[in-house]
Design a protein around this ligand. Structure first.
Ligand SMILES: NC(=O)c1ccc[n+]([C@@H]2O[C@H](COP(=O)([O-])OP(=O)(O)OC[C@H]3O[C@@H](n4cnc5c(N)ncnc54)[C@H](O)[C@@H]3O)[C@@H](O)[C@H]2O)c1
Ligand SMILES: [Zn+2]
Ligand SMILES: [Zn+2]
Length: 354
């Protein structure tokens, strides 16, 4: 039996790098040798027991690699091709996919919420030397030679998710947009709002490093929620309310504040992963009479989404590399988790090299 090094979830606050069986590609599958991956805020939710996965699972869902094996039926690729794989792996054939809800890809027929998020959730994930890619034909995006692994690794999840916050919010040219939280997801939502043509972008966080990065990603104004009344300030800056508010944290408090920032008819575009109860007073959304829209989005995946994001980087319209602040080997990944979890040392994203 061939083995590989992989990050295995054993229980709450217990992950270990160990030897596990190496995967092999079956029909319609591919195996990639992972050359770079990272740690997501959602992995922290898993580590802390706020989102549960089965003990024994290899975690991580942001892979860049080289094709090592191609199963029968996967065409147009060669062993050795460099590929980016989205965090979400739609099959492209099920009811959800063919209805246009690729991220909700069900296992064949139905609409399991999060069905399309498989890596490090329902199947082994990317924080390992090798990764089995299901539905490979729909999910392997070739990486242009000119782009490095560090230029593309964040496209798999955080850039795809962050941009989708602006896209689902239907940001229009000239809109005023406020983004709650400027972690990696919120920073990419900020960049997304700029790409979509917003004319006023307000980034909110409590961490000065992140607020500085928010400016670099496209925020015109940054607000430290520890120092100012954010809702009042947004209303003042936007002359009555933002067109779109993006929630990129996942707490009841930021959800409510995002709603309170909206003008009548505005859209709350929610990206955060919530736990516990979401409760709020009726006046936060005009008692239901404000013509507000509330939309949620799970990271868009699939090779066409990745191709589009790769083209944004290649054309120079988006540069994700300033977001990678630290680098670790796979064997040092628990140190990466500690740093990322504590938001220590100005960390934004950590690159993990198997
Ligand atoms: N929808 C999706 O598909 C998807 C994908 C990936 C991650 N997520 C979720 O997105 C969320 C953000 O992820 P991340 O990696 O950027 O998280 P992160 O923990 O790195 O960043 C969160 C940021 O929120 C800031 N913050 C804390 N309290 C705040 C407040 N009251 N107001 C404003 N800012 C505040 C922190 O200073 C920090 O910068 C998480 O819930 C994550 O699980 C969703
Ligand atoms: Zn993620
Ligand atoms: Zn599907």
């Amino acid at each position: 039996m061939k083995t590989m090094r992989a990050t295995v979830f054993h229980g709450v606050n217990d992950i270990r790098v160990e030897e596990v069986e190496r995967p092999h590609a079956g029909i319609g599958e591919a195996v990639i040798r992972v050359t770079l991956t990272t740690i997501c805020g959602t992995d922290l939710h898993i580590l802390r027991g706020e989102y549960s996965v089965k003990p024994g699972l290899v975690i991580g869902h942001e892979p860049v690699g080289v094709i090592g094996e191609l199963g029968p039926g996967v065409t147009g690729y060669q062993v050795g091709d460099r590929v980016l794989v989205g965090a979400i792996t739609p099959c492209g054939q099920c009811r959800a996919c063919l209805s246009g809800h690729l991220s909700q890809c069900g296992h064949g027929g139905g609409y399991d919420a999060l069905g399309g998020w498989r890596f490090g959730n329902t199947i082994n994930g990317a924080q390992a030397e090798y990764l089995l890619v299901p539905h490979a034909q729909a999910n392997l995006a070739k990486i242009p030679d000119a782009l490095t692994d560090e230029q593309v690794v964040l496209l798999s999840d955080i850039a795809s998710t962050g941009f989708s916050g602006a896209e689902s919010g239907n940001v229009r040219i000239g809109d005023a947009v406020v983004i709650f939280a400027q972690g990696p997801i919120g920073l990419c939502a900020t960049a997304g709002a700029k790409l979509m043509g917003a004319s006023l972008i307000i980034g909110v966080d409590g961490n000065e490093h992140r607020l500085a990065m928010a400016r670099r990603m496209g925020a015109d104004v940054v607000l430290n929620y520890r120092e100012v009344d954010v809702v009042a300030e947004v209303k003042r800056l936007t002359d009555g309310g933002a067109d779109v508010a993006i929630e990129a944290l996942g707490t009841a408090q930021t959800f409510e504040s995002a709603l309170r920032c909206l003008r009548p008819g505005g859209t709350l575009s929610s990206l955060g992963v919530y736990s516990g109860k979401l409760q709020m007073p009726h006046d936060a959304f005009a008692s239901g009479l404000g013509d507000h829209r509330i939309v949620t989005t799970l990271c868009p995946g699939g090779k066409e989404r990745m191709r589009r994001l790769l083209s944004l980087v290649q054309s120079g319209r988006f540069d994700p590399t300033p977001l990678i602040t630290h680098r670790f080997s796979l064997d040092e990944i628990t140190e990466g988790y500690r740093l990322f979890g504590e938001q220590a040392d100005g960390v934004l994203k950590v690159a993990i090299k198997p």
